[in-house]
Design a protein around this ligand. Sequence first.
Ligand code: NAD
Ligand code: DAU
Length: 330
Amino acid sequence: MKVLITGGAGFIGANFVHSTVEAYPNADVTVLDKLTYAGNPDSIKGLDRVELVVGDIADPDTVDPLVAQSDLVVNFAAESHNDNSLKDPSPFIRTNIEGTFQLLEACRRHGTRFHHISTDEVYGDLAIGEDRKFEPGDPYIPSSPYSSSKGASDLLVRAWVRSFGVEATISNCSNNYGPFQHIEKFIPRTITNLIDGVRPRVYGTGEQVRDWIHVRDHNTAVWDIINKGRIGETYLIGANGEKNNLEVTQMILQEFGREPSDFDHVNDRPGHDQRYAIDNSKLVIETGWEPEFKNFAAGLHDTVEWYKANEPWWRAQKETVEAKYAKSGQ
Ligand code: NAD
Ligand code: DAU
């Protein structure tokens, strides 16, 4: 089996490359990654049966021959950070929309199976305390340039299935945590701040809720959808891990033996989504998927240990990331 993993040098993609090599000894993996600021080839260094091609999913000349030689394409490549999309949306439009379009066109030409990685953010947000979770058939009402570009990419996938018979599935997952996550994101930013003795920054009130899932659980669900999911269907991936940002901050503070109040409230994110929560029943019923990491505190502890043990992996980025946040008072 030849698998093309786009964005395989990023957070979730790199974890997917590792787990694919472990779980599928018959798989040859090609990673197509542009190596933007978010891609790190060290995350997949030294793996057997993995070839890295540095290139852009929005470039049809790069994409076509790679898709032609593949049995399966799994598309993780994206601009993925909401805060960046609020400052400059243009790479989000090119990569997330144009890039998905080029991959779909190549899959159409070569009859290649496609799995599209997307986000729960396409559904907008829920009210804090509301007795409801996102369901696969909910309307798309994204809030940010990032989430709207992901929503657009999902709609392209749906249209290419229906109009052209492309064999594709879509998964929309909640917030991931675990090794290899870029330190611009909330959990690794908070951990690396504390390693540096800096107080964590909480946007606004910190009452916003995210539905946390370990990246390895996201990726086992993706393989279950590829193996057992129905073509044309959308599956929501989540592991019932709702926590608000204050709770997460305080759990990380506890890991470092700091006081629960040892953080600063900073400027809020414009248009900040209040709550995400996933109803995963379609995924569970149709594929039998189950998360392995059911204890968030234990998964978070391992993640803290990973960032402590892998400082060379993230250190070079820290100053630039913090300088960018300082400009927006965050
Ligand atoms: P990331 O930012 O860590 O990694 C993205 C990767 O894509 C990087 O390696 C980058 O170099 C590469 N890339 C960017 N533009 C490219 C292009 N034009 N051509 C080729 N490669 C390109 O992102 P992530 O957090 O790993 O997210 C991966 C996917 O999962 C995204 O589609 C994201 O929307 C989705 N998702 C993320 C989360 C989360 O919590 N991080 C949750 C749900 C869904
Ligand atoms: O829900 C899935 C989405 O989860 C993915 O589609 C995105 O790619 C991924 O980045 C993530 O989006 P969020 O915007 O929820 O993640 P982020 O890590 O940026 O922020 C998580 C929460 O923490 C959010 O409410 C903003 C807040 N925050 C973030 C940072 C960086 C802080 O309070 N302080 C911070 O320093």
